[in-house]
Design a binder for this molecule. Structure first.
Ligand SMILES: [Mg+2]
Length: 229
């Protein structure tokens, strides 16, 4: 193995998030009798994206994020009288329920287990990430699991990677590979910290920001080709 550690992002890298979130959103709106969930989903996604951006920059904390995203969304679509914190909890519970592993991820973890140390490094809410990891029974693959919400700092910030490296026992940077789908959090975070990076571009995104990951894959099975000696 060319690496001692592989640090995996979770959502849309190993675990499906997009599909689970889509279904969870539909269920939430249905429970409030709000129609046209399909058209409203992009509106929610945009609101959520902006709030997560602030969270990743450290401008807001996780409890603000949890209270604010459905508050802002309901404001935007002109719906009043719904508890936004409760909506967040309902949505999160549905995401847990609908989460599945991405194609090829279990095979990959199975083939890597015992040959290289594995970690999950995820920007997520603790009440979502821990139960999803448990429900899909993947915790036994990982030596270290770091959830941003639990430590109060998120990728791509240096403090997040400081925490991760400490948890991993300070491995050699060049032997610690970051694998993730997000250019702004996973790839930027890894590059800024001096770690080799692999962009997991499973859904054919365009690389607009000029960041240069060391590797790019469009299926998890391709990871083998450059991590094996
Ligand atoms: Mg991700």
């Amino acid at each position: 193995m060319k690496y001692d550690w592989i640090l995996f992002d979770l959502d849309n890298t190993l675990m499906d998030f997009s599909n689970a979130s889509h279904k969870a959103f539909h269920r939430l709106l249905e429970s409030h009798g709000i129609r046209h969930a399909e058209e409203l989903y992009p509106v929610y996604k945009q609101v959520n994206f902006e709030i997560w951006k602030d969270f990743e920059k450290g401008k807001i904390d996780a409890s603000t994020l949890k209270a604010k995203r459905f508050h802002d969304f309901f404001m935007k679509i002109g719906v009043k009288g719904i508890d936004s914190k409760e909506s967040n909890d309902t949505y999160v519970n549905h995401v847990i329920e609908y989460s599945t592993m991405l194609e090829g991820s279990l095979e990959l973890l199975e083939s890597l287990k015992g040959r290289v140390k594995l970690a999950i490094i995820t920007n997520g809410l603790k009440e979502a990430q821990r139960p999803r990891i448990k429900r899909l029974n993947i915790d036994h693959y990982f030596d270290v699991i770091v959830v941003s919400d639990e430590i109060g700092v998120a990728k791509p910030q240096k403090g997040f990677f400081d925490f991760v490296m400490n948890e991993c026992g300070f491995p050699e940077k060049q032997k610690t590979l970051v694998v993730g789908d997000s250019l702004n959090s996973d790839i930027k975070g890894g590059l800024d910290y001096g770690l080799p990076t692999c962009w997991c571009n499973l859904f054919g995104q365009e690389n607009k920001g000029g960041l240069k990951p060391d590797f790019e894959i469009n299926h998890l099975s391709q990871l083998h080709s450059f991590i094996e000696e």
